[in-house]
Write a protein of this length. Structure first.
Length: 345
């Protein structure tokens, strides 16, 4: 009897040990899966992958594909310029056969055409506006004929050059030193960095009205894709929020990454669909304002891929099933896009 009791007690102890070990194994497997996360299975940036060791080369790594277009891929060609875009046409003729010197008759085939783009020798036009001086004998004053308002306010740079400089700064993100060198070497005009800064501020002031109109229109959009990214300005932390509507994209720089930016921009009565990731600011905004949210498919796919790396069989199978459904969904989307593109041909 005592032997049976000791056997039962030993069995309980062993079962308890096994239970603790199984629990510990599950914790370690979850930790390993977390450490194996990369940019393809989580929201981690791709730059975080470089700290991990490279994968061993494949057995057929030496079979590199040839450079250039691959077999089976459609050929991509730049469409020719339209007749309205061509500034000059040069035609070349033959007086005699280049091989035998015989008489030639015009052929019915289309000519061989090469369209060439070139920068003109002087890409800018310098205009001088003169307000003539007049002396008034009665007033004993000197008067100058007024210049057009657009010339008076434009100063050194005309509207096209002003817009071009703003493009170099706002779209190409060039520094004022780089813009100054570009304008000097390419356009042949010397403009100081201070003057360039004034021109950019002038464009910013001109765009302030349209920007405010688009900012107010965001809350009435039926669908918005939103994302944010951090950056520093003179050491201070800021966040650039991107609001993508159907017809326009608006950027807003804020000192916060929190949901208060969404409340400030979209308000509490936003009735559209918000496309975003899992960030807590969007979840809070969705919860407090009852906003419909469409989670970013890229983030969802990465989370599903992560599920397929776990050791739990049922969880792994669940992730694989959802990935199969996602493949079917994107297959439908791609087929629709191909059919839509075919209708345009």
């Amino acid at each position: 009897m005592n032997k049976r009791r000791r056997h039962t007690a030993t069995k309980r102890e062993l079962l308890a040990i096994i239970e603790r070990l199984e629990k510990r194994i599950a914790e370690l497997e979850a930790e390993v899966a977390r450490l194996r996360k990369n940019s393809s299975t989580s929201s981690k940036p791709p730059s975080s992958d470089i700290v991990k060791p490279r994968k061993p080369p494949k057995a057929n790594a030496g079979d590199k594909r040839a450079k250039g277009g691959q077999p089976g891929h459609p050929k991509h060609e730049r469409p020719p310029f339209s007749p309205e875009q061509i500034d000059a046409t040069h035609e070349y003729t033959l007086d005699a056969c280049p091989d035998c010197g015989g008489v030639l008759t015009p052929g019915e085939e289309a000519p061989r055409v090469i369209q060439q783009v070139e920068i003109v020798r002087k890409p800018v036009r310098i205009e001088q506006h003169r307000g003539l001086a007049y002396w008034c004998a009665r007033c004993q004053k000197l008067h100058y004929a007024p210049l057009p308002p657009e010339v008076e306010h434009g100063g050194l740079a005309g509207p096209q050059l002003t817009a071009y400089i703003a493009y170099l700064k706002g779209v190409d993100h060039a520094s004022f030193s780089t813009i100054r060198k570009h304008v000097r070497d390419v356009l042949g005009v010397t403009i100081s960095r201070g003057q360039l800064s004034k021109l950019v501020h002038k464009v910013s002031e001109a765009l302030e009205g349209p920007y405010e109109e688009l900012l107010e229109a965001l809350c009435g959009e039926g669908h918005l894709n939103v994302d944010e990214t951090g950056h520093k300005d003179n050491g201070a932390r800021f966040w650039t929020w991107c609001f993508r509507a159907d017809d326009y994209t608006l950027f807003k720089i804020a000192a916060s990454r929190g949901s208060e930016v969404l409340f400030d921009v979209l308000g509490e009565e936003f009735g559209g669909v918000l496309g975003c990731d899992y960030f807590s600011a969007y979840r809070k905004y969705m919860k407090e304002c009852d906003v419909r949210v469409q989670i970013c498919s890229a983030h969802l796919i990465r989370d599903l891929k992560y599920l397929t790396t776990l050791s739990h069989k049922e969880t792994r199978a669940y992730g694989e099933t959802l990935l199969d459904h996602m493949r079917e969904l994107f297959g439908i989307i791609h087929r629709r896009q191909k059919r839509w593109a075919a209708t345009l041909l």
